[in-house]
Design a protein around this ligand. Sequence first.
Ligand code: ATP
Ligand code: MG
Length: 591
Amino acid sequence: MAGDATEKLKRVKAELRYVTLPDDSQLERIREFIRKKFDASEVRLKLTEDPSIGGGFILTARGLIYDWSNAGRTGQFEKLIENVLRETQYDEKDLLDILKAEVNDFELHAESNEVGRVDFVGDGIAELKGIDHAEYGEVVIFDDGTRGMVQNIEIDKVGCILFGREQDIREGMRAVRTHKRASIPVGDDFLGRVINALGEPIDGLGKIKAVSHRPIEFPAPGIVDRKSVGVPLETGILAIDSMFPIGRGQRELIIGDRQTGKTSIATDTIINQKGKNVKCVYVAIGQKASTVAKIVSTLKKVGAMEYTIVVSATASDPAPLQYIAPYSATAIAEQFMYKGDDVLIVYDDLSKHAVAYRAISLLLGRPPGREAYPGDVFYLHSRLLERSSRLSPELGGGSLTALPVIETQAGDVSDYIPTNVISITDGQIFLESDLFFEGQRPAVNVGLSVSRVGGAAQSKAMKKAVGSLRIDLAQYREMAVFTQFSSDLDPATKAMLSHGEALMELLKQPLEHPLSLAEQVISLVAANNKLLDDIGKKKVGEFQKGMLEYMEKIHGDIVRTIDQRQMLDEDLTEKIINCVKEFKDGKWKEK
Ligand code: ATP
Ligand code: MG
């Protein structure tokens, strides 16, 4: 059909038989399809209403049929071909082959208005029938405007989680594909606000202007796109910054039983970012609304809300919202990271997140595994935490530091979810009930806590000042157990015990009192040079406070030098020791 037929080929006549007339944009797409298919410059499309096909439409062009009708899909296909055969010169086998190939091909174009029907709804889950091409993670919209996300694809049905009220969804209701993945509005205006997992404000302060949308699930940056962790993210908590430093882009787990101060460490870290140009995102998953309100009011009180976004999916929110909340929050944080900012994100907590996911998975009919969690519960958290990173300078050099929180039962870190998350993160801060109740707060267990990359990010001043703190504490703990019941100890043991006690006292820190680098360095230098050992256990805290005030007031230059140069040399150490002695013999004695 080449040669002089070319001219004729350019104009194509086609017929579209339909039940409901396609809209203009659909018609344009059909025309475009024919144009491409036959290399035509002009398409004459004849529209014929034909209720006999039952639904959908049939397109006939140049002897070929593109069938997207109910009739075609339910076995009347052959009959239609017979009709066409009578009118064309193709033999049967040829036409069947062509048609099958073309119909398969054409499905890709015709599926855009695929509609399914609700077969089951309940517990935040809906099952749809009739949507065959829906993809995992795709958003579907129900007739009443409620959105859902496809999570399960089975042979004859599709399982979705619902992002709205399921009360308004009825069996038989229609649901349409959107071809879009779930996304969330993002932008600078979100700072200072409390939002839900869908990005809607819940603080009653009115609408939030979004600059764009970001998908809630987003691939983590690859190795080439990353830079190694090298800048510290200071928590302001002496016990952490000295022994388990956290770097920007790191993921450090906060793990401990209930009521051991996990949330407090996270919020104190947020408070310490004031004036340090770090944006913070706090995600509450499965917590009481009152707890979240308390955290927000604390952050407001100290002026930390200005650079913080709180994403809240409380225990009373449906499980699907609790499930997507950390991903949504990460998307909001990523917006800042890819702009080149440093961001801190707190996931409080991932144990409840795993529980919400387990509920959804069981409802969706997925096979339960260990402790009834689904098989992909590791992937649930790994794909979330992998998104934390420090980007290379070419990508703007932003960073996302994550502090996930995990609640243990009776201090058991070898449980399923805790071990999973421990193996994903770059270290953990282990909080212990016993320490907490003894009054050692923050209740950091020095032996079980670790930071696998933060050391590279620790400032030189801090590295020098820390000295042998960890070893001294370990020795003290060992010794304290042995000497618990003996009364007469040799002087060397006594000295070691009182040194250890002074160190433990020094690591106690009240809430909302972050220490600057200089304050931490001065405290450590004083302690490591045994200047606190003879103060008396009960007075260490008071002494430290007085000492730091004295240093700030009388020797401000030393404080400034440490904070600016972040270095500590012999000379400076000597100066600090002298000043502390000066305070101890002067002001402290006078008291
Ligand atoms: P939950 O398991 O309920 O989430 P949690 O482990 O997050 O608890 P927090 O809520 O942070 O613990 O703290 C529990 C209580 O301990 C709070 O009342 C808090 O004020 C107190 N607390 C935490 N850290 C300290 C501290 N360093 N000094 C004094 N009190 C503290
Ligand atoms: Mg908590």
